[in-house]
Design a protein around this ligand. Sequence first.
Ligand SMILES: *Cc1c(COP(=O)(O)O)cnc(C)c1O
Length: 415
Amino acid sequence: MGFNTDVLYAGRQEAAAQGATIAPIVQSSAFAYRTMEDLERVFANRAPGFVYTRVGNPTVAAFERRVAALEHGFAAVACASGMAAVAQTFQTILTAGDEVLASAGLYGGTIQFNALLRNLGITVRYVPHFTPDELESLVTDRTRLVFGEVISNPGLGVADIRAVAEWSHAHGLPLVLDSTTATPFLVRPLELGADIVIHSTSKYINGSGNGVSGIVVDSGRFRWDFDRYPALAPFRQFGPLAAHVRLRQDVMPCFGGCLAPFNAYLNLVGVETLGLRMERICRNASALAHALAAIPGVTVNHPSLDTHPQSALVRCQFRDGLAGGILTLRLGSRERALRTAERLRYATIASNIGDVRTLVIYPATTLFAHNTPEECTAAGVFDDTLRVSVGIEDPEDLVQDFTTAIETDTKGEQQ
Ligand SMILES: *Cc1c(COP(=O)(O)O)cnc(C)c1O
């Protein structure tokens, strides 16, 4: 199946009530059984079924099957948010004393979470560029996980998935990638060697900005060494599925970061148009990036530009060389960045990405308000940076909106 067929049918099960064409919202906390013995069998994993929505729910399961299929993964666990997906994945794999190697240009919330891990005895070490050479320089005998973003938000660095996966596996380490900004439409990281893929499905997979959620997709292929991963040792009978089963049966139920059935339903609706939206969004972003790069005094970062340091990798790693829907603009000063954002007619000032609407934000004092100056620089956040999450509007309107906002400002300054 091609991608646009997959988003409609992959992982579908023919059990829908009254022939519903889309998984119904099963808005129930608990599930009733005829006898206590029937319920016992489900608790003991001796019979299929749902018990309680924190642990599993039919609508949530339909969403999990769809995304697992789109990523060509073994199985997925949906979570209350992208942050819950990151946090519960780390909690599944790591124990006190462990170290994580991560790329420096991560989503601000993930950097904030990593700092919090210090209290639990887990250290995250950052490499400025997510390359085997730089990873090699920081690996120790306590390293247990390699983490990065496929297209970093908002730094827009691109991970060479094959190269980093090969390096990780040579060191016996799992590669966990946050692929929120790339989506399975651009690339399936598990096929290039990643072991676990995480999404903030609040973004492109939902698509309309109407519900927060996250998901963890496991390839089911990583060979866990249970001496090095003691948290997974009680799940050794599941072999390469140990992390998936621990997340599902232990960490999710205990930490409780489950997805609500209603939000799973919104995501199931949203994901059906993921391919159509991503194609349009990426083409819009590229058109806008090229148009704005031609304006003097504006520095544009988008992986579709020849000036992007990894433009060759973008062309061979991503579907049709599409380069994602996020771009950043440096406008020379904080004042000019803020004035430009406020002058836009269509683009909305809001803290989100992956919406059908174009959104802009000034990250330095919002998304990165809790980060150090070094972390900001590593993430490509400067005092004149605007981040733009491009939507599905007509490209002519977007180009005109941004061009007018920027040029009005330039004229204003000259007067
Ligand atoms: C938004 C985002 C997250 C966090 O997801 P939430 O759903 O907001 O909790 C994690 N990683 C990336 C790359 C994101 O853009």
